[in-house]
Every structure is written in C-alpha cells, then in structure tokens.
Design a protein around this ligand. Sequence first.
Ligand SMILES: NC(=O)C1=CN([C@@H]2O[C@H](COP(=O)(O)OP(=O)(O)OC[C@H]3O[C@@H](n4cnc5c(N)ncnc54)[C@H](O)[C@@H]3O)[C@@H](O)[C@H]2O)C=CC1
Ligand SMILES: CC(=O)C(C)=O
Length: 258
Amino acid sequence: MSKQKTAVITGGGQGIGKGLAKRLAKDGFALVLSDMNEEVLNATVQEFKDQNINIASYVGDVSKPEDQKALVQTAVEHFGSVDVFINNAGIEQVAPIDNIEPEALELLFQINVFGTVYGIQAAAEQMKKQETGGKIINACSIAGHQAMSMLAGYSATKFAVRAFTQAAAQEYAKDKITVNAYCPGIVGTGMWDRIDAGMVDYMGLEKGEAFKKFAEDIALGRTQEPEDVANFVSYLASSDSDYMTGQSIMIDGGIVFN
Ligand SMILES: NC(=O)C1=CN([C@@H]2O[C@H](COP(=O)(O)OP(=O)(O)OC[C@H]3O[C@@H](n4cnc5c(N)ncnc54)[C@H](O)[C@@H]3O)[C@@H](O)[C@H]2O)C=CC1
Ligand SMILES: CC(=O)C(C)=O
C-alpha cells in the first residue's frame, strides 16, 4: 500500500480553508491545519478527529517565516512528508484609496504576500529534500485578475500572489514541484461578512446589500460555497494536475472572463 500523502493548509480553521480540509480528507490526505486563531483551529481539528481523520495542527502567523518553517516541521514530525502545501490564509481591507492607512496596507502585504512567500519557501525546502516533488497551491482571487474598487490594497496583494505563483512555478519545475493558484469569486465566509460591513460604512449601503449587489454579477446566479473552491483545489492537489504549473485559475461562477 502506498504511503498516505500529507496536505498542509494555512488559515484552515474556518471558511475556505476548512472547506479545503474537508475535501482533501475525503480525497485521502492526512491533514495539517494552521491558523492564528487558536480557538477556531482547535474546534475544527476536534471535528476532524471525531471523524477519525489523521490530523495535526499548528497555531501560527503566516507572516512570520519561523512559524511557516515550524508548520512544515510539524507536518514532517507527524506524517513524514509535505506533499501539498496550501497558502490559504489571507485578510481583506475595505477602503477607498484616499483612506488607505500605511499600517493597514503594510499588514495586508505582510499576511497576503509575505506570508505566501514564506509558505512557498518553507514548503519548497522540504519538498526538495523529499525528492518526490510536491504541489504548492496559493489563494489568489478574481481580484488578482481584475482589481476591485474599495479593495485596491487587497487586489494588489492578489496580483502579487499571481506573480509569485508564476515565478515559483518556473524556479521549482526542476524539483518536480508545481505551483498554482485558485481564484474564487464571492464566497460567503467571514471575510465577505467583513467586506459587506466595510461597504456599509463607506458606501452608505444596508447590511447584506453589498454582498447581494456583487452576487448579481455572477453568471451562474448564486454566490459561492467553500465546497465549490474545494472541488477545484482537489484537482490541483491530485496527480491529474501534474502537467499544470504557474496558473491562477478563476473558479468564480462566471464573474471575470479572461
Ligand atoms: N471569501 C471570499 O469571497 C474570497 C476569499 N479569497 C481568499 O481565500 C482565502 C481564505 O478566505 P476566507 O476563508 O474567505 O477567509 P476567512 O477570513 O473566512 O478565513 C481566513 C482564516 O485565515 C486565518 N488567518 C488570517 N490571518 C492569518 C495569519 N496571519 N496567519 C495565520 N492564519 C491567518 C484566520 O484566522 C481565518 O481562520 C484568503 O486568502 C482570501 O483572500 C479569495 C477570493 C474570494
Ligand atoms: C474577497 C475576494 O477576494 C473577493 C473577490 O471578493
């Protein structure tokens, strides 16, 4: 019998990350979840343990390189390898460009961009040692293809994620490591609750109105669930995607077309 593969997911405590974890467990992976929110992480890990899923966890901040290295180490200690590493953790920031504050912009880049780079570095170091290659998967967004008004800083971080995905794919191809990204649209998670609240403040909308307004532009006529993202990430994590690298693919129900 072949060894069970291990998938590491940052921001795995809730939202899309938790959805990815559910799907990859079903696909047969052992899981290592990390999150900076210890409470949600522990609750999610317990849910998986209750279903007898092989799982380990690490409380850490993706914007700290030492935490990303320790996360990889946790996976190696528990399961012996890192076969898939998903840089899923991210934050948003709603503000018109006139109101973007230096500290807030810095935090956005620290987590969404620097955090992704540190995750790529830590994962690639381990995957090279294993000599079996691996799959690094990054969270991009439709906003990484077409910047969104009121989400300028956030969009810029996702453009940067796309750039690192392309460059990393080229640099690590010789090590049998592929690097791709998923680009969701409007997913009903805590992130969108906060975006909606931010739009209320800046645009004088009612609660829930921004979410509804953005949903109107979805060709398939509904907002997205974490499972919709997970169906695609399952492919990226599988050998079916072995000939794909450097791509940031829209999985958005039809919002951005390019
Ligand atoms: N919700 C949406 O509509 C979309 C989300 N995305 C991206 O998908 C990813 C996941 O988003 P959601 O699940 O919606 O967000 P969420 O806010 O529901 O969950 C994100 C998780 O990441 C954790 N996290 C945040 N900063 C962290 C840090 N520095 N270190 C470790 N963990 C950290 C949070 O504690 C939380 O558990 C993000 O990268 C986001 O930009 C992309 C497109 C659309
Ligand atoms: C949060 C996010 O990435 C979008 C596209 O809404």
